[in-house]
Ligand binder design. Structure first.
Ligand SMILES: Nc1ncnc2c1ncn2[C@@H]1O[C@H](COP(=O)(O)OP(=O)(O)OP(=O)(O)O)[C@@H](O)[C@H]1O
Ligand SMILES: [Mg+2]
Length: 500
């Protein structure tokens, strides 16, 4: 498998809070010190079996970033990261035992926007959400970060626990596309990712092979060992021997030209996912989230929908309101371990994992159109971009023959093609194009179809479509804006054909 080298970031750091720290180092352990600038736009993967020290390693990275005032969000599936508040001003939102503000998916985009604009570190605790709500929340949150990062281009890190649940190998979902897109193409927008998983073989391979920095903790299962074998530049037997010998908190660290065994330090702040001991330990009092942080969420206005809002920090709110502030609770360490989690930690070693079918993640994400994206996203109004991206997400869900057809027609607008011609150009069987016609695209108004004696002709109608769908923004966009929007969508449509 080929690996990309760590390339310098295109993102400016001069106007960031931490510009003064940019020469600083992330001190992750006695043998691992990284220049902070290497974190910008970096894709970091932390893998290993249950209990091997992944969350601790991630926690140490987040502590070091927070100490350097580097903004971040953590998608926290187990409610483990609220302890960062012991030392740093971090807002914990979502649904879980230790959240400051309870939020539902409607408010996710608003909080993401505040976090990126204001540089507010946020822990998105999704541990208490049902899986559908959780996925919707994360999708809304990350989609907003992606869109806005295209405009702001500020360094920002996104941590994702249990990432195999969001970027599973061999499965296509809108959420997966969003997460993989950030991991693979986020660098140009300043977005870095820290993806964490105990199921190496279940994580989308493209993301792992493109990760610029790896922390490979202990694994035992053959399928996971195979993944390590593909990631590490060592002989298989050597990989097995070295990895099997790793203790808790130890890992094979790999970045750029470096590959070495290293021990990560223990987190300074309370680790909500610690392995329970017999003696209960008092949790130190957590710092209250600053009033300004809460006020910034309030400033997100309608999108956050703070029904029961009162700007004074630390006041108890009803848990039933859509956006409720809770006091940071005091509890013992043992109490913080959810029963299901405690049980899981008692389970023996690792769960068997197998590798899924070949990836279907679009290769075009790695290519991108940075110059064009930058211009367009500076010019187009937020709501227009949001709608355009929503359309693209919808189109990415169409079957591959429709996507190839769209990509081809977009590149040849305004010419019409017969199904036979399209079959030849797009390398799809004509029977598929005839048997599964792109009716939804026709109904959407994006494609025009004419019936022939045998089959159809198709042509794209991008400009009329934009005129119709974006009519409410016509005066705001003007002819120049409409032209750019058409150009932007055409480029995006042409990418649709590039997935495997
Ligand atoms: N670097 C380290 N030094 C010492 N102890 C560590 C280190 N890393 C982790 N531990 C200890 O190992 C236990 C498990 O660590 P952690 O929760 O990070 O594992 P994990 O791999 O994230 O597990 P899970 O898959 O269950 O989430 C914790 O109790 C933690 O204190
Ligand atoms: Mg963990």
């Amino acid at each position: 498998m080929s690996r990309t080298r760590v390339t310098p970031s295109l993102v400016s750091v001069t106007n960031c809070h931490y510009a003064g720290h940019i020469m600083g180092k992330l001190k992750l352990g006695p043998d691992i010190e990284l220049p902070l600038r290497e974190a910008i736009g970096q894709c970091v993967a932390i893998l290993g079996i249950r209990g091997s020290g992944k969350s601790n390693t991630a926690g140490v990275i987040f502590e070091e970033l927070l100490a350097a005032r580097y903004p971040l969000s953590i998608i926290d599936t187990d409610g483990e990261y609220f302890g960062l508040k012991e030392k740093y001003e971090v807002l914990v939102v979502g649904e879980g035992e230790n959240v400051d503000i309870e939020l539902n998916p409607d408010s996710a985009a608003g909080v993401a926007e505040v976090s990126l604009r204001e540089g507010l570190p946020v822990v998105v605790d999704v541990s208490g959400m049902l899986s559908e709500d959780r996925d919707e929340f994360v999708l809304e949150y990350l989609s907003r970060l992606w869109e806005l990062a295209g405009k702001l281009r500020k360094p920002y890190m996104i941590g994702i626990e249990e990432c195999h649940e969001f970027i599973p190998q061999g499965v296509r979902t809108e959420l997966k596309e969003t997460v993989a897109r950030i991991a693979l193409r986020g660098r140009k927008r300043g977005l870095g990712t820290v993806v964490i998983s105990q199921r190496s073989a279940k994580v989308e391979k493209d993301v792992l092979t493109q990760a610029g920095m790896l922390f490979l903790h202990r694994v035992v299962h053959e399928a996971d060992m195979r993944v390590y074998g593909e990631l590490l530049p060592w002989r298989k037997a050597e990989v097995k021997e070295e990895v099997a010998a790793l203790g808790v908190g130890e890992c094979i660290f790999m970045a750029d030209q470096t590959v070495k065994k290293a021990k990560v330090r223990l987190r300074d702040t309370f680790h909500g996912g610690f392995t329970p001991a017999f003696e209960p330990v008092e949790t130190p009092k957590l710092r209250q989230v600053r009033g300004e942080i809460l006020a910034a969420i309030q400033r997100a206005g309608a999108r956050v929908e703070p029904d029961a809002w009162d700007p004074a920090p630390g006041q108890q709110r009803s848990a039933h309101t859509r956006c409720a502030v809770k006091e940071a609770p005091m509890r013992t360490r043992q109490e913080t371990v959810a029963p299901s989690r405690a049980k899981a930690q008692d389970a023996p070693a690792d769960v068997p994992a197998d590798s899924g079918p070949t990836s279907t993640a679009p290769q075009s994400w790695q290519r991108g159109h940075p110059e064009q994206d930058a211009e367009v996203e500076d010019v187009l109004p937020d709501e227009v971009l949001r709608q355009a991206n929503r359309l693209m997400r919808r189109l990415w869900r169409r079957p591959i023959h429709e996507r190839r057809m769209l990509a081809f027609l977009a590149s040849r607008e305004p010419r019409a093609y017969t199904t036979a011609e399209l079959a030849a150009w797009t390398d799809c069987a004509e029977a598929v194009l005839l048997g599964e016609p792109p009716t939804e695209l026709v109904e959407l108004g994006l494609v025009h179809r004419e019936r022939l004696a045998r089959g159809y002709t198709y042509r794209i109608r991008l400009r009329p479509y934009v005129n119709e769908v974006f009519a409410p923004f016509q005066s705001e966009l003007g002819p120049e804006g409409l032209h750019r929007l058409v150009g932007y969508l055409r480029e995006e449509l042409m990418d649709l054909g590039n997935s495997v």
